[in-house]
Design a protein. Structure first.
Length: 379
């Protein structure tokens, strides 16, 4: 950005009005002072060895050490799919991508240690390379656009197969948080679409049932749904024990499907009625009209909201602690209970804050770029 561009940006965003100028004059020095003190503490006083020594617990929880390779394999698959997805909605500048890769590699080297350095760098490359290739080559971009949905389903299935020998009771840490987020996001969409159509159904019984379900889920807190599913499941299947993680996943799916239904319903209402009438005049049935005409347009409109729903799921996964699961936040608390942590609370929580901020920022960035591209496509 040139000097003139920087001055123009500051004038528009920081000093556009007297009130904006006052806020900028007050908060910019405070923010810089806070950032300086935080950076000074992080570089000179913080003991980051506590994070490096407990990185495996933070990443995979109580995952058995002999199966760590499976966890790295699952993480690499998720990194590849994440990079390919970002490549569809955002074309990174070479300098920004290179700087981000260097910083991420440096952090991976410092935290992972020499014994896990190759796996850390391989996982990092698995995310960055697809992002660059998909965003830079049009042929790859077109192919990825068509195959992204099935590829994500195949990736989730591959991760499940890779981690199946370990047992769901040992899944934990950041890996568990990401898997619950992905699975709940994928499973809640078809259920939400079904509820959205049911709420608009011409049959009163279906309309009342779907509306009642949606309003019930939206009126109850998620933590109550999680605990209720966890308690009721053994009563419904006493001879078939269901893992706690599966119960939590069911609760998340049932809860967030109600919100997906509302998103989809708003998208259905945005489709002009004339299109359904035109489809009927062509002899298409109601099911064909809904599947081939209405639903694709509705999903296109609400896709940014559905991506935002993924962020909501990721940020609420820590509620699974109530049924004894070790998500990323709970893993950090487990580390602090260890006497060897020696009160290094700030280091652990700052690291978790950085991870949550990074993941949430990627999801938010993807949703914003996707919304921008869809808006550009309508112009």
């Amino acid at each position: 950005m040139s000097n003139n561009g920087l001055v123009r940006w500051c004038r528009v965003n920081l000093f556009a009005s007297p009130f904006d100028t006052l806020l900028s004059v007050v908060f910019i020095p405070v923010t810089l002072a806070f950032g300086w003190r935080l950076g000074e503490w992080a570089l000179t006083q913080a003991k980051w060895a506590i994070v490096a020594d407990n990185l495996r617990v933070l990443m995979v929880g109580t995952f058995p050490g002999e199966y760590t390779g499976r966890a790295w394999f699952a993480a690499s698959i998720l990194a590849v799919m994440t990079g390919a997805t970002l490549g569809l909605v955002a074309r990174p500048r070479r300098l920004v991508l290179l700087a981000g890769a260097v910083v991420a590699a440096a952090v991976a080297c410092l935290l992972a240690g020499l014994d896990r350095l190759s796996a850390s760098l391989a996982c990092l490359a698995a995310g960055i390379l697809p992002w660059y290739v998909v965003s830079r080559f049009d042929a790859v971009l077109r192919t990825t656009t068509k195959a992204l949905g099935p590829a994500w389903l195949a990736a989730v299935a591959a991760v499940g197969v890779a981690l199946a020998p370990v047992g769901m009771e040992h899944w934990g840490g950041l890996l568990m948080s990401v898997l619950v987020t992905l699975l709940a996001s994928v499973l809640s969409i078809p259920l939400g679409v079904f509820l959205a159509f049911g709420r608009r159904s011409r049959y009163a019984s279906a309309r009342v049932l779907c509306t009642g379900y949606i309003e019930l889920m939206r009126s109850l807190p998620l933590i109550l749904i999680v605990y209720w599913i966890w308690v009721v499941t053994p009563l419904l299947a006493p001879e078939s024990p269901v893992p706690d993680l599966a119960r939590g996943l069911v609760a998340f799916t049932l809860f967030f499907a109600a919100y997906v239904a509302e998103y989809v319903r708003s998208g259905l209402q945005s489709v002009p009625r004339g299109q359904t009438e035109a489809a009927a005049s062509l002899g298409m049935s109601t099911a064909q009209t809904s599947r081939d005409v209405v639903l694709p347009q509705a999903l296109r409109v609400v896709t940014p909201a559905l991506v935002g729903n993924v962020l909501d799921i990721f940020n609420t996964v820590p509620l699974l602690f109530i049924i004894g699961l070790t998500d990323f936040l709970r893993a950090g608390q487990m580390v602090l209970v260890d006497p060897q942590a020696n009160g290094r609370t700030y280091e652990i929580y700052l690291f978790m804050f950085a991870v949550y901020l990074t993941v949430s920022s990627l999801i938010t960035y993807g949703a914003r770029r996707l919304e921008f591209r869809m808006a550009a496509g309508h112009r």
